[in-house]
Structures are given as C-alpha cells and as structure tokens.
Design a protein around this ligand. Structure first.
Ligand code: ADP
Ligand code: 5GP
Length: 203
C-alpha cells in the first residue's frame, strides 16, 4: 500500500471535525474515511459524506461478515471503518484520515498490515469543551452530559498516541496537524504533497 493512515481522536466537541475540514482543503493527497454509524444524522449531515448512516441490523451484518477494519460502540451508537474503502484509497496513494474513538484507535494500532500515525486532540479546558458542545447546538442536554462524562475516560488514552495537539486557536491546531503530516511523509521518503521523492542522479 502506498498511502498511510492518520488516526485522529478527541473528546466530543473538541473540534476535530472542524480541524479536519479546514486541513483537507489545505493539503494535497488526503482523503477522509467515511465511517458507518447507527447514529441518527445531525442537521446538515449528509449520508455518504459525513457518515454512511445505517440501521443496527445492517451494521451487525457488516460486523459478522468481517467488513470492518475496526468498530466500536461510542456514546451508545455503533461506528465502524470499512476495510474495502480504506484499502482502495491507500492503494491509490492517498493518506487517509480516520476520525475514530480511542477503542478504534487501539484496534488500528495493533494491525500488523497497516502503518498508522495517531494524533490526539485536546480541548483547552473542560469548560471550553462544554461551551463548544452547547454552541454546536446539535445534541440534547442528556447527550451532551454523556459525551462530557466519556471525555474524561477517553483522555486517559492520550499518552498512547504519537502526537498531542491542543485545539485552542483553530489556525494553530490546523498548522500543527499539517506539520505532523509533512513530517510523517518525509519519514517515508515522500514530499510535502505526498508523492515519493526521486533522488537526483549521483553523477
Ligand atoms: P468534534 O468533531 O470534535 O466533536 P466539532 O468540530 O463539531 O467537534 O466542533 C464543536 C464546536 O466547536 C463547533 O461549533 C465548532 O465550530 C467549534 N470549534 C471548533 N474548534 C474551535 C476553536 N478552535 N475555537 C472555538 N470554537 C471551535
Ligand atoms: P460523532 O457522533 O460526534 O460524529 O462521533 C462520536 C465519536 O465516534 C467520535 O469520537 C468519533 O471519533 C467516533 N467515531 C466516528 N467514526 C468512527 C469509526 O468508524 N470508528 C470508531 N471506533 N469511532 C468512530
């Protein structure tokens, strides 16, 4: 496979979706892995773009048929990454962003076939994270409470990620992530745009 996987995890409301949207318009050679989920679409979310929204029985059949690279139950819903989609994108030489939770990240990191780099995004404070969830205005009070309670547990996985980024200023967080991608590409002898570097002739 030519591309690599970039795992991005963060407690809900930290700003990971916002960062990824901005970053993807700024950097070449990357795609976002569209997960399958049993969660209901939020206002403005589009099927096939934000997620593949599926019923529980479909999700369970996909699990039974071993169609997921990883899957997990998060905040009471199921989420999973399709193997077929990822393999095609990596073979096309693209770097693939996986916006997945800490359980999924553990599964991908333990894969022997796939190389991955992981980034954990941290909110500047718990208060700010709560403010952002309220400001987003997409979830009920109960769902926000559940997501805030889970955030503390998710944060305990942060030390096992390769990189940590604080999303205080959005522009700085996007820049930090961009630098990580370029550094990782250089490690794999690829240029900032993601293509293999060609060595100049020796004579
Ligand atoms: P996540 O995908 O991590 O759950 P979102 O990307 O949906 O989070 O962001 C949650 C809310 O926080 C959104 O309303 C978004 O506009 C806002 N937000 C994201 N990053 C910042 C930031 N750096 N400063 C202030 N607000 C932000
Ligand atoms: P949301 O419902 O806010 O879109 O996502 C909730 C959580 O599910 C986030 O932590 C997000 O990273 C995670 N998530 C989204 N897609 C996947 C996936 O395919 N697998 C796993 N394990 N987690 C996912």
């Amino acid at each position: 496979m030519k591309g690599s996987l970039l795992i991005i995890s963060a407690p809900s409301g930290t700003g990971k979706t916002t960062i990824l949207k901005k970053l993807m318009s700024d950097i070449e050679g990357t795609v976002f892995s569209v997960s399958h989920t049993t969660r209901s679409p939020r206002s403005g979310e589009q099927n096939g773009i934000d997620y593949h929204f599926v019923e529980r029985d479909i999700f369970q059949k996909m699990c039974a048929d071993d169609e997921f690279l990883e899957w997990a139950e998060v905040h009471g819903n199921f989420y999973g990454t399709s193997k077929t989609e990822i393999t095609r994108q990596l073979n096309d030489g693209l770097d693939v962003f996986l916006d997945i939770d800490v359980q999924g990240a553990r599964q991908v990191r333990s894969s022997e076939d796939l190389q991955s780099t992981s980034v954990f995004i941290i909110p500047p404070s718990w208060q700010e994270q709560e403010n952002r969830l309220l400001k987003r205005g997409t979830d009920s009070k109960e769902i926000i409470e559940l997501r805030l309670a889970n955030a503390r547990k998710e944060m305990s996985d942060a030390p096992s990620y390769d990189y940590l980024v604080v999303n205080d200023s959005l522009d700085k967080a996007v820049e930090a992530l961009k630098s990580i991608i370029i550094a990782e590409r250089s490690r794999q002898r690829r240029g900032p745009e993601g293509k293999p570097l060609s060595m100049p002739p020796m004579s």
